[in-house]
Design a protein. Structure first.
Lengths: 109, 116
């Protein structure tokens, strides 16, 4: 079955430390990969997508087809980064997203 | 601009009952997606509607159904409720038939359903 795996349910880092949220996918085609974020009491929203190659709020993610990974990284964590992060993909010919179970990031002051 | 709105925000039903959840997409969006977020299971795709038609459905039993109206709002109906249907039901909308793959999807706040 096509899957998105986020191995960490919870990740705690200190403010100013680097952050890496892991995401692996199992799909043999050419997927589109996304990171969605949900801040406390806010809606789930798009953070970034691999095709746009943007850096949003200091976060970047590189698609590694060899390792089938799309890890989310930020060099220096901020307290406002504390949130639930979901990795998602859309396979070729698919119009909806398949989400991972999410990783809760907690940035310790 | 108003975002995706869902109603009700919370409800409690007893096992065996039926429930209808409602979603109003962002103005101009024609696609509506429904997801179930049950504890520990993440977001599971339920249904996709576009231009009034059901385009795809996830791996859920037929007692989960819905429809999309001419104004692109949508309803999700769940019949014969079971305890494991307790979850947050999220609705999302996007602007084009390219769907969530090609255009940004905007999510509502969700409806928290508790089945007792």
């Amino acid at each position: 079955a096509q899957r998105v795996t986020q191995p960490e349910k919870l990740l705690s880092v200190f403010k100013g430390a680097p952050v890496e949220l892991k995401c692996n996918y199992s799909y043999s085609g050419s997927p589109e990969l996304f990171w969605y974020v949900q801040y406390s009491r806010q809606r789930l929203q798009l953070l970034l997508r691999h095709i746009s190659r943007e850096s949003i709020k200091g976060f970047t993610a590189d698609l590694n087809k060899g390792e089938t990974s799309f890890h989310l990284k930020k060099p220096f964590a901020q307290e406002e980064d504390s949130a639930m992060y979901y990795c998602a993909y859309s396979g070729a010919g698919s119009y909806q997203l398949t989400f991972g179970k999410g990783t809760k990031l907690s940035v310790i002051p | 601009e108003a975002g995706v709105t869902q109603s009700p925000t919370h409800l409690i039903k007893t096992r065996g009952q039926q429930v209808t959840l409602r979603c109003s997409p962002i103005s101009g969006h024609t696609s509506v997606y429904w997801y179930q977020q049950a504890l520990g299971l993440g977001l599971q795709f339920l249904l996709w509607y576009d231009e009034g038609e059901e385009r795809n459905r996830g791996n859920f039993p037929p007692r989960f159904s819905g429809r999309q109206f001419p104004n692109y709002s949508s309803e999700l109906n769940v019949n014969a409720l079971e305890l494991e249907d307790s979850a947050l039901y999220l609705c999302a909308s996007s602007s084009a038939r390219g769907g969530m793959r090609n255009t940004e999807a905007f999510f509502g706040q969700g409806t928290r359903l508790t089945v007792v």
